[in-house]
Design a protein around this ligand. Structure first.
Ligand code: NAP
Ligand code: GDD
Length: 367
């Protein structure tokens, strides 16, 4: 059947699809005719790969709040990986499925069995520095994984409409000579991770054009939170500052302090993901704050919260943390998302650092 770019609410089975956004709000239910006289309400259903990650955990929370049934793909490991979604595990509408994004056959079976209305493909080996050490595995998860998701959605759309969100990245722009970056800025990837994301981006566009799939890319700039992995620079800094103050750590080893990123809050960005799939037409969006800061700025802002500490006294450079090819300066223009989705970030740079510092020093409440 495939996506039809119109207000057509009837699908090939004669079922009625309710408009997903109503007067600025959302209908978590699909309305289906039943026995020609009455209607039944069917709960909307989402499938999230990467549900245990930073974004997956916030997105699962958001969708459950909106009344969705949520299916999540979780890797089987010998240690607990469900830390970020621990508080959601008892929710009656959250369903966990073991699996790996590199196992396409299993993914296909899960998608066909769970019949989601929306698929959010967030699973990835997402660490850029590590992708230089693990280029093949990174490509298998980022690029191969995206292709498996698109194939599964293509199969599912034979029987029902399905929408796919692909987690694309500002890393794809690399060191392009154009600021701010928009939806039409050229890609110039600088790492195995970014190369794989570019491939996944184009596959997503091609499944939309070739197979009529409702598939859309969110080109998200860096977004952080108290749930950010400890090996990404922002969380590494806020965690270290808190530990140094408590006397649990002496030094903080970092790489390039001059790199500039457009840092936003992950809670705001998962809201954009959801809005992208509620839009009338599948299209790609840059999601960013429009403001860029260096790693040095992030250190300044973090240590402002610690009166007795100066970061210059504790930070040392470790050449192992310098990347073979670095992305120097990213800043995004998300006016398309503001115009078409009504999306704007709510948390600014100072607010983000405060949130993370308060969490890591134990005085804040997690958001
Ligand atoms: P993250 O915290 O690293 O989470 C990645 C998720 O993918 C985790 O749930 C991880 O599972 C899962 N995963 C990794 N390899 C897998 C595999 N082989 N099979 C199944 N699941 C696997 O990343 P994030 O920050 O939430 O980012 C979410 C997505 O957005 C990623 O695709 C990332 O590349 C992309 N993105 C992120 C940003 C950002 O600034 N955060 C910006 C642009 C794009 P485990 O918990 O088991 O490791
Ligand atoms: N991780 C890390 N560790 N980065 C450091 C360090 C360090 O000790 N010292 C300096 N940096 C610099 C990196 O060289 C980079 O320029 C910048 O800090 C940000 O690094 P990360 O926090 O690792 O994020 P990233 O920009 O490489 O990638 C993140 O954002 C992308 C979106 O642009 C990841 O979340 C990717 O998955 C995401 O696609």
């Amino acid at each position: 059947m495939g996506y039809r770019p119109s207000a057509d609410l009837h699908n090939a089975n004669g079922l009625v699809r309710a408009p997903s956004v109503v007067r600025g709000g959302v209908l978590p239910w699909k309305i289906r005719p039943h026995l020609s006289t009455s209607i039944v309400l069917v709960m909307r259903c989402a499938f999230i790969t990467g549900i245990t990650g930073q974004d997956g955990s916030y997105l699962a929370e958001l969708l459950l709040q909106k009344g969705y049934k949520v299916h999540g793909l979780v890797r089987r490991t010998s240690a607990m990986v469900t830390l970020r979604i621990g508080h959601l595990l008892a929710h009656p509408e959250l369903h966990i499925h073991y699996g790996d994004i590199t196992d396409g056959q299993h993914l296909m079976r899960l998608v066909l069995e769970t019949e989601p209305d929306e698929i959010y493909n967030l699973a990835a080996q997402s660490h850029v520095r590590l992708s230089f050490d693990l280029p093949v595995y990174t490509t298998q998860t980022v690029s191969g994984g995206a292709l498996f998701v698109l194939e599964a959605a293509r199969m599912l759309q034979r029987s029902k409409e399905v929408r796919v969100y692909q987690a694309s990245s500002s890393e794809m722009f690399g060191n392009i000579d154009e600021w701010p970056q928009t939806e039409v800025t050229r890609f110039a990837p600088q790492s195995p991770y970014a190369c794989a994301k570019v491939h996944a981006f184009h596959q997503t566009v091609n499944y939309r054009d070739a197979f009529g799939l409702f598939a859309a890319n969110g080109i998200l700039f860096n977004h952080e939170s108290p749930r950010r992995g400890a090996e990404f620079v922002t969380r590494k800094i806020t965690l270290a500052a808190a530990r140094i103050q408590r006397g649990e750590q002496e030094k903080l080893y970092l790489g390039n302090l001059d790199a500039a990123r457009d840092w936003g809050y992950a809670g705001d960005y998962v809201n954009a993901m959801w809005r992208i799939l509620q839009h009338d037409e599948p299209t790609d969006f840059v999601i960013a704050t429009g403001v860029s800061h260096t790693v040095r700025d992030f250190l300044d802002e973090t240590f402002r919260h610690f009166n007795s500490l100066e970061w210059q006294d504790v930070v040392e450079t470790d050449s192992k943390l310098i990347r073979p090819t670095e992305v120097h300066h990213l800043v995004g223009d998300s006016s398309k998302a503001a115009d078409l989705l009504g999306w704007k970030p709510q948390v600014d740079f100072e607010g983000l650092v405060k949130l993370m510092v308060e969490h890591d020093t134990g005085i804040g409440v997690e958001r």
